[in-house]
Design a protein around this ligand. Structure first.
Ligand code: 13P
Length: 287
């Protein structure tokens, strides 16, 4: 059964650890993340962007696949199926399809419009037991073809959104989607601290988890971050392992061309990346 992310993140914030959100965009990745979470007894959030939802034949297919897979694999740890960077219409489509959590990314709207739309989504989502993530200050980098500039959120705007009763808040603190550039200035812990002071118990979300050094991750968790999103790092480890397999000519040996064999090293690489992150985030044995 899928659960809302609300309780998982309240527990994480109180316990000073973070739950990983790992984006999925196919069957193999979903299985790899679920099996790792179950083996480590870690709660987990499966992230699905609207683009990935379309790629996987719609949100309904994703929700049905995830539920069937959890049952088949005997997954008992808490799992939330979460819309990542949803539009307003996308948030409703994901809720209708059976997602247990949605993000409404209203960071591109003026703050008053962001607040109004977030308010409506919270009312409708909470009536159905679905958790809601809101965003203030776009995250830098490129996500689904949209390029942001490493934005930093205004703590007062964060408080206005937090006061709406949102379950988790993504606030830009200099984080970037994708690989970090050589000259990246690092996370703005002064801003994170100010946001946490204004928003109190609200679980905070760190997007762009790929490539953030371990000491910065630990500091972010100590300042109230209780959900960390990782996408690119899983893609990179999957691609590197697949490349190694093909370059070693293993697809040419026996039935090495069978997709189950060809994709296996990539799947194992994703499992290793997810395990490493769960250990760093401190979510192991918290299920
Ligand atoms: P990365 O791709 O940088 O890991 O970011 C993931 C993310 O924040 C998804 O919302």
């Amino acid at each position: 059964m899928l659960v809302s992310a609300e309780k998982m993140l309240r527990d994480a914030k109180a316990g000073k650890y973070a739950v990983g959100q790992f984006n999925i965009n196919n069957l193999e990745w979903t299985k790899a993340v679920l099996l790792t979470a179950e083996a480590l007894r870690s709660p987990v959030i499966l992230g699905v962007s609207e683009g990935a939802g379309k790629y996987m034949c719609g949100f309904k297919t994703v929700a049905d696949m995830t539920k069937a897979m959890m049952e088949y694999l005997g997954v008992t740890v808490p799992v939330a199926l979460h819309l990542d960077h949803g539009t307003y219409d996308g948030a409703y489509a994901a809720m209708d399809a059976g997602f247990s959590s949605v993000m409404f990314d209203g960071s591109h709207y003026a703050i008053d419009e962001n607040i109004e739309k977030t308010r409506q989504i919270i009312a409708d989502a909470h009536a159905r037991g679905i958790s809601v993530e809101a965003e203030v200050g776009a995250i830098g980098g490129e996500e689904d073809g949209v390029i942001g500039g490493g934005e930093v959120a205004d703590p007062d705007e964060c408080k206005r959104i937090a006061d709406l009763g949102v379950d988790m808040l993504a606030a830009g603190i200099g984080n970037i989607h994708g690989k970090y550039p050589e000259n990246w200035a690092g996370l703005r812990f002064d801003v994170l601290d100010a946001i946490q002071q204004k928003t109190g118990e609200m679980p905070l979300v760190l997007h762009g988890g790929t490539g953030i050094p371990a000491d910065m991750i630990r500091q972010a968790i100590s300042l109230g971050v209780s959900k960390i999103n990782v996408n690119t790092e899983c893609q990179l480890s999957f691609a590197a392992a697949t490349r190694e397999y093909v370059e070693a000519g293993r697809d040419l040996q026996g039935k090495g061309f069978d997709p189950r064999k060809l994709l296996a090293p990539g799947v194992e690489a994703i499992k290793a990346t997810v395990k490493e992150k769960m250990e760093l985030f401190g979510s192991v044995n918290r299920a």
